[in-house]
Design a protein. Structure first.
Length: 137
């Protein structure tokens, strides 16, 4: 290698800044398991530890009732949202994730496309929130 062949290491300043990564987990459940309280309770209890809202979007009503009767779970920090034709579940989840007032947003849905998942990840990054999508096969 001659003195003309100097290889420079890339500078940290030269690299474009990466946008913060979103944090969205998708869990696909068999049809009969969408209300599986034994499976979901440990995860939902862990998500309810931080001092920001935990938002549930379109949870099964039986799960909400069971959650409310459990002891040791902070129900006052649980926000249950129901979608409507004017406010679909994906839009509610994006708004809740990006607001920064929810540390986690759990959405129950039957389907979720790649674009919708990417939008949720971007919203998660903006709000420093964790998204969990529970959907049926």
């Amino acid at each position: 290698m001659s003195s003309h062949d100097i290889v420079k290491a890339p500078s940290a300043r030269a690299r474009p800044a990466k946008p913060p990564a979103g944090n969205v987990t998708e869990i696909i459940l068999p049809e009969g398991q969408v209300e599986n309280f034994q499976l979901l309770l440990p995860m939902l209890t862990q998500l309810n530890q931080e001092k920001r809202w935990l938002a549930w979007i379109d949870p099964p009503q039986s799960l909400v009732s069971k959650w409310q009767t459990m002891r040791g779970i902070v129900a006052g920090e649980l926000l249950v949202l129901r979608s409507t034709p004017d406010y679909p579940a994906g839009q509610l989840a994006e708004r809740a994730l990006s607001a920064g007032t929810c540390h986690a947003v759990v959405m129950w849905t039957r389907k979720l496309g790649r674009e919708a998942l990417a939008s949720l990840e971007q919203a998660s990054a903006r709000g420093n929130s964790h998204g969990v999508v529970l959907r049926q096969r």
